[in-house]
Design a protein around this ligand. Structure first.
Ligand SMILES: NC(=O)c1ccc[n+]([C@@H]2O[C@H](COP(=O)([O-])OP(=O)(O)OC[C@H]3O[C@@H](n4cnc5c(N)ncnc54)[C@H](OP(=O)(O)O)[C@@H]3O)[C@@H](O)[C@H]2O)c1
Length: 376
């Protein structure tokens, strides 16, 4: 049913009033809640207070006060409809589910069917039962601009044209914007770049790649060499701290100006690997040396037994090699021998002004990884 704009505004106003006057709690459904983005959004909402959080993924998370997890395969329409029928109180959806296709991470964007269908199945099921839904925050990424394909126009702006498909982001955005027409809720799309966090089991983050690679080199008595392309060593790059992204997601969910808008979300600065690499070697108390281009996926293929022995030797957390690190993701990031830069002015102008010092972030996260016994 298509409602006129004044009816939608009236309904929204009534919702906000009832939200303020009755329970005062908002209910967030975080889809993909155990991933390198979803985990941090759940924790951010928990820390914020005033939110009931429901996390969705196939694996079961650990329930705690204010946070509960539902285990569901979003590709199973009947199971999704059945499990999500209870989410009648949903006020906000954060969509950060993802299924990679096999092989190189640069090809992940072409895994269209699964990623489109998970969004359609979950958002349709929630829209059907949640009359008080206010906003759907969709996480896409800078692959929107073709960062994974080769050189592109930088710094990229949200209004830049798409690259030639396939890219599942396009299918997700097109479906969501069409589905939202005439509804009482709106959407916000966020485009981060190369997340920096930790999510065991879905390790699409560059920090565990650096940490485990450094630990293995050190164990083998080797210096820390940049394993990527020579051009990538000196190109300009950018990343997004997962915790910073979660701050942005909370802003995007609650800021009126974000209605039906897309935003680039990165740390807000740029760097070159050649400048930060020596800092990584310092954290791991090891020498560094000139780059040597290798395929991490190929060279690390036989290192699981070595990693298992290191887990025992150094009393590390008992994550398997596959749970802790995604080597194709490392090859993808370290293979970008072109500038990768987003313009984040729009998000700043609309109220999200936080920035992260990327060099400081890397050092902090790598030190945390050592302190938490994820790596020695
Ligand atoms: N990571 C990055 O560096 C990065 C950078 C830019 C953009 N992005 C984009 O951000 C989005 C989220 O990516 P991410 O890196 O956070 O992914 P991720 O760490 O791999 O997490 C994916 C989440 O989706 C869940 N999931 C996967 N298949 C599912 C299914 N069939 N049913 C229910 N849940 C399912 C996973 O849990 P289960 O496995 O337990 O189901 C997990 O919680 C993607 O579109 C990605 O392209 C990511």
């Amino acid at each position: 049913m298509i409602r006129p704009l004044w009816v939608i505004k009236l309904i929204r106003g009534a919702r906000m009033q009832s939200e303020g006057s009755s329970s005062g709690k908002k209910t967030a459904v975080v889809i993909g809640a155990l991933g390198v983005i979803g985990r941090y959004i759940v924790e951010r909402l928990e820390a914020e207070g005033g939110w009931q959080v429901v996390g969705l993924s196939r694996r079961q998370g650990q329930d705690r006060p204010g946070v509960r997890y539902l285990s569901v395969d979003l590709l199973d329409v009947d199971a999704t409809n059945a499990a999500l029928a209870q989410l009648t109180d949903t006020s906000h959806v954060f969509y950060a589910a993802f299924q990679a296709s096999a092989g190189a991470a640069s090809g992940y964007a072409s895994n269209v069917a699964a990623n489109r269908d998970m969004l359609i199945n979950s958002v349709s099921a929630i829209d059907r039962v949640a009359g008080g839904l206010q906003r759907v925050v969709l996480v896409t990424g800078t692959k929107y601009y073709g960062t994974h394909l080769g050189p592109y126009r930088t710094p990229s702006r949200e209004s830049d044209p798409r690259h030639l498909p396939p890219n599942y982001y396009f299918d997700q955005i097109d479906w969501l914007t069409a589905f939202q027409q005439g509804k009482g809720w709106d959407w916000t799309e966020l485009r981060p770049q190369t997340l920096c966090g930790f999510a065991p089991g879905t390790p699409m983050s560059i920090v565990p790649v650096i940490a485990v690679y450094a630990a293995i080199c050190k164990e083998l008595g080797l210096p820390l060499r940049f394993p990527g392309k020579l051009g990538a060593w000196r190109s300009i790059y950018q990343v997004t701290d997962s915790a910073h992204f979660a701050d942005a997601a909370l802003w995007a969910a609650t800021e009126p100006r974000c209605a039906n808008q897309a935003y680039n979300i990165t740390n807000g600065d740029y760097f070159r690997w050649c400048n930060v690499w020596p800092r990584f070697a310092e954290v791991f108390e090891m020498p560094w040396a000139e780059p040597q281009t290798i395929s991490l996926t190929a060279q690390m293929a036989d290192k699981a037994p070595l990693w298992e022995s290191m887990v025992k030797k150094y009393g590390l957390q008992p994550y398997s090699f596959e749970q802790v690190v995604a080597w194709p993701f490392g090859d993808y990031v370290f293979g970008s021998d072109w500038d990768v830069m987003s313009n984040v002015t729009k998000s700043r102008q609309h109220g999200f002004e936080a920035v992260v010092d990327t060099e400081e972030m890397f050092v902090r996260l790598l030190e945390q990884f050592r302190a938490q016994r994820i790596v020695p």
